[in-house]
Design a protein around this ligand. Structure first.
Ligand SMILES: [Zn+2]
Length: 390
């Protein structure tokens, strides 16, 4: 299963809870066995011609004789601010911790998006490694169209907080309204007045909120031969859903929400899906000081433009957070380090990211890496201790 399918499972209501990162297993297997693939793929060499090769099968290999860098372990200890409850069993959780030790992840924030018993169960599951995993809860949107919604949802949040949730996420709104694994609150966006008391309570409780709005811009474009991100975009397409709030409208909703709740810390995940327009993200970060952005699952979208991106990282180094969102296999972590730390050029990770383009490293300097990997996250996590837990 490829990443696009894996992410699609998350995105269409199943969310991350209960999703096994099958793509990453297959990805790891493909690294070990260069001849793996479907029987059809094996038949290809004798049949292939430029007239019949499909973009979905396109797997170019770089022939450049240029330096390539292996980064088995991150240069500095990392707090991964964006992951999910991928490990299902004690053995898998132990394997995850071993992988974290090996690649240099000190702590992982597990965004469960769960409430009630579901949250309690997950917390129990991960309890053996309290210093390595921190579990954040979701919101309960049940009865979002009823007058008693606010107080009810606050009670659910407070229960999670009492059970150990120290943050909230990953909230999702791709344009139809806020959705969780159990409730689709159609038409209720984060800036809706019905959400005010909940976001306000997060601020009082010192719970940062991780929020996903919109999706990468290619998903909104026509699925034709001009779409630069066609292979991934098609699987995540939003261009065929005219009733949704568009990309720019969702970014406006995000900013209104963050502005309205200035004593709540927000983390716009996936670079707020402004990977294609980092200038706009920079402007929002400058206006809204309670906003951070995590870089999870947007490595492939930024690696084609490494010079522009490294300037962005330099300018907003205090506001960016490392995250993965892609399972817990070691090869996955190492690809993120290669992109962030090295100046490697024109390398492919097509099976991992599903875009047909090649990638380039940003070669971020140490002081930026340290902020991205650790300092900024630590600042957010520590600041909670000073807030009233009432
Ligand atoms: Zn996620």
């Amino acid at each position: 299963m490829k990443r696009r399918y894996f992410l699609k499972t998350i995105g269409t209501g199943g969310l991350a809870v209960g999703v096994t990162p099958a793509w990453s297993r297959r990805y790891a297997a493909s690294l070990q066995d260069p001849h793996s693939g479907t029987p059809e793929a094996k038949k290809e060499p004798e049949q292939a011609s430029p007239e019949t090769i499909l973009l979905k099968d396109y797997r170019p290999r770089s022939l450049y004789k240029i330096p390539t860098t292996e980064v088995p372990r991150a240069k500095f200890p990392i707090i991964d601010m964006h992951s999910h409850a991928y490990a299902k069993t004690p053995a898998e959780i132990a394997e995850w911790v071993r992988n974290m030790d090996e690649v240099g992840i000190e702590k992982t924030i597990v965004l469960t998006d769960a409430t009630g018993h579901e949250f309690d169960d997950l917390r129990r599951k991960y309890a053996a490694y309290r210093d390595r995993f921190e579990l954040w809860c979701g919101f309960d949107y049940k009865g979002y169209d009823q007058p008693e919604f606010g107080p009810q949802a606050i009670r659910a949040l407070e229960k999670c907080h009492q059970a150990g949730a120290r943050g909230v996420g990953e909230l999702h709104d791709k344009g139809k309204g806020l959705v969780s694994s159990t409730v689709h609150a159609f038409g209720m966006h984060p800036d809706d007045a019905r959400m005010d008391s909940l976001f306000g309570r997060c601020g009082q409780l010192g719970m940062p909120v991780n929020i996903h709005v919109a999706d990468p811009i290619w998903m909104y474009e026509a699925m034709d031969n001009k779409n630069d991100g066609l292979m991934n975009a098609f699987h995540w397409r939003l261009d065929n859903q005219p009733e949704i709030v568009g990309h720019s409208g969702m970014i406006d909703i995000l900013e209104r929400t963050v502005k309205k709740h200035s004593s709540t810390t927000f983390i716009a995940c996936h670079l707020a899906n402004l990977d294609y327009d980092l200038k706009r993200l920079g402007q929002i970060l400058e206006r809204q000081l309670n906003l951070y952005a995590d870089i999870s699952a947007r490595y492939a979208e930024t690696a084609p433009i490494p010079r522009f991106v490294s300037q962005f990282y330099a300018k907003y180094a205090d506001r960016l957070l490392y995250g993965t969102d892609m399972g817990f296999d070691k090869p996955m972590y190492r690809v993120t380090f290669r992109i962030l730390e090295t100046l490697d050029e024109h390398f492919y990770e097509t099976d991992m990211f599903s875009y047909q383009w090649s990638l380039n490293g940003f070669g971020l300097p140490d002081e930026i890496l340290q902020k991205l990997y650790h300092t900024n996250a630590e600042k957010i996590l520590r600041s909670r201790g000073t807030r009233a837990h009432t």
